[in-house]
Ligand binder design. Structure first.
Ligand SMILES: Nc1ncnc2c1ncn2[C@@H]1O[C@H](COP(=O)(O)OP(=O)(O)OP(=O)(O)O)[C@@H](O)[C@H]1O
Ligand SMILES: [Mg+2]
Length: 225
């Protein structure tokens, strides 16, 4: 199987001297293409930090992180941003939609900002509106949507360019149980139908169970449970 994320000997600290906090201590993790991985672990153990490091947003670590076979250590900012736009997309707990743009305008925004032609993405837009159940809400503003619908809009925006890997940080953390389940079902379909590799952080056992693999951050290491 093709390895899309390979982490070896990852060591990460915040602070220095007596304020130093060890977050990772020689952690390893390999994620294969097409897998759906749930990442769990205590609050403050370093799950969000790991997602930032995978995207090269926090580069202050020892060890190696390879994305799509390429080591991100030693990449400059423009190489990293090219790698991100080719391979990675993020979804967060708070949806970060633009308040004065409609659902479909929000979904198309990253394509527009990157200078690509939105026309080329119309078929994918239709298919994602359908998949996320937002077709009837396409002209609505985020404030006119439920939390679950706003998160589904944010996910459609994240996958419009068909990234290889979707990194989600507590995407259901702000939602009720039913809306959370809808998000997990959407992740399952994106994984199975579009082949997107998913690494999602969750505090919920129910949400974690949707993954085909559960990894726990414990004692500064990443272990399969
Ligand atoms: N920029 C920073 N400077 C110093 N310490 C930090 C910084 N960012 C995070 N930390 C610390 O690193 C540890 C890991 O934080 P992180 O946000 O990755 O945890 P988490 O597992 O995502 O927690 P939660 O489940 O609550 O979201 C925490 O103790 C946090 O206080
Ligand atoms: Mg976190």
């Amino acid at each position: 199987m093709e390895k899309v994320i390979e982490i070896t000997g990852l060591t990460k600290r915040f602070g220095a001297g007596e304020n130093e906090a060890l977050i990772f201590d020689g952690a390893d993790l390999t994620i294969e293409k097409g897998s759906f991985v749930s990442l769990t672990g205590a609050s403050g153990s370093g799950k969000s930090t790991l997602l930032y490091m995978i995207g090269g947003l926090d580069r202050d670590f020892q060890g190696e992180i390879r994305i799509g076979g390429q080591s991100i250590t030693g990449m400059n900012d423009s190489q990293l941003s090219a790698l991100r736009s080719l391979h990675l997309s993020y979804v967060f707990q708070f949806y970060n939609l633009v308040a004065n743009l409609s659902v479909e305008e929000n979904i198309l925004l990253p394509v527009e900002l990157s200078g690509r032609r939105t026309k080329d993405y119309m078929d994918r837009l239709e298919s994602l509106l359908e998949l996320t159940g937002l077709t009837a809400k396409r002209k609505n503003l985020p404030s006119q949507l439920s939390g679950g619908q706003q998160q589904r809009c944010a996910i459609a925006r994240a996958v419009l360019t068909e990234p290889e890997i979707l990194l989600a940080d507590e995407a259901t953390g702000n939602l009720d149980r039913v809306s959370g389940e809808e998000i997990m079902k959407l992740f399952t379909r994106l994984n199975q139908e579009k082949g997107i590799t998913i690494l999602h952080v969750t505090h919920s056992d129910e949400c974690a169970a949707y993954g085909n693999r559960i990894v726990k951050l414990v004692d500064h290491k990443l272990i399969d449970v």
